[in-house]
Design a protein around this ligand. Structure first.
Ligand code: GTP
Ligand code: MG
Length: 211
């Protein structure tokens, strides 16, 4: 098999599903390994991206019906770190009550996870960021959680159109274009770049607790 650049830093030997957290303050796996979580609106491709990262077909459940992933799912990679699939937010056809359920659950996870090293925020490359996307980005900035932005479903656009969207979305969110990674779980584009960015987050020495 051809060797890819970046392989040396990031060989995924083993993936283990540790379980799911179903409610706020609910059970979560006991683990003090560094965590990186994946957030984004429902149907944006979080579970697909996770499967593509770990090169497993159906580790995280991919849904035909949006809003599928309701739990917070934890996957241990090697014995090194934990990837976390968060429930999607803001699916339009879900009732207003259901729609706002994600917020306390995700906020509580973000606040209580001291070993959280960063978030990968997923945005559909074809869409303008929604109010929920902006609210999430603001919240992450406020909590000072390092954030990587991945633009999913890159394969749905031509190269030129994709470059245009990268510029447009970066501008809309005041991000440098280098901060966003175009990604496709179909072609694998962006996979190595994203793995490298995640490895950097995981290996970064966390800031000392001021207390
Ligand atoms: P929820 O769990 O409902 O929040 O959704 P999710 O964000 O986990 O999305 P999921 O991975 O389940 O993908 C939703 C749909 O988008 C599925 O039909 C996927 O096959 C499709 N999809 C995801 N990523 C890509 C991609 O990179 N390219 C294309 N063409 N389709 C994708
Ligand atoms: Mg999902």
């Amino acid at each position: 098999m051809a060797k890819e650049p970046g392989d040396d830093e990031m060989v995924i030997r083993n993936v283990e599903f540790l379980g799911g957290m179903a409610e706020r303050h609910g059970w979560r796996p006991e683990s003090s390994l560094p965590e990186v979580a994946f957030a984004g609106r429902s149907n944006v491709g979080k579970s697909s991206l996770l499967n593509s990262l770990v090169r497993r077909k159906s580790f995280a459940r991919v849904s035909k019906t949006p809003g599928r992933t309701r739990e917070i799912n934890f996957f241990r990679i090697n014995n090194d770190f934990v990837l976390v699939d968060l429930p999607g937010y803001g699916y339009a056809r879900v009732s207003k009550d259901k729609k706002s359920e994600w917020r306390p659950m995700i906020e509580s996870y973000l606040r209580r996870t001291t070993q959280l090293r960063g978030i990968v925020l997923l945005l559909d490359i074809r869409r303008e960021p929604s109010d929920d996307d902006r609210a999430m980005l603001d919240f992450l900035a406020e909590m000072e959680i390092p954030t990587i932005v991945a633009l999913t479903k890159r394969d749905k656009l031509s190269k030129v159109a994709a470059a245009g969207q990268v510029a447009l979305i970066s501008r809309a969110l005041s991000l440098a274009t280098e901060q966003v990674i175009p990604f496709s779980s179909q072609t694998g584009e962006g996979r190595l770049e994203l793995l490298e960015a995640i490895t950097e987050l995981v290996q970064a020495v966390p800031e000392a607790d001021p207390q």
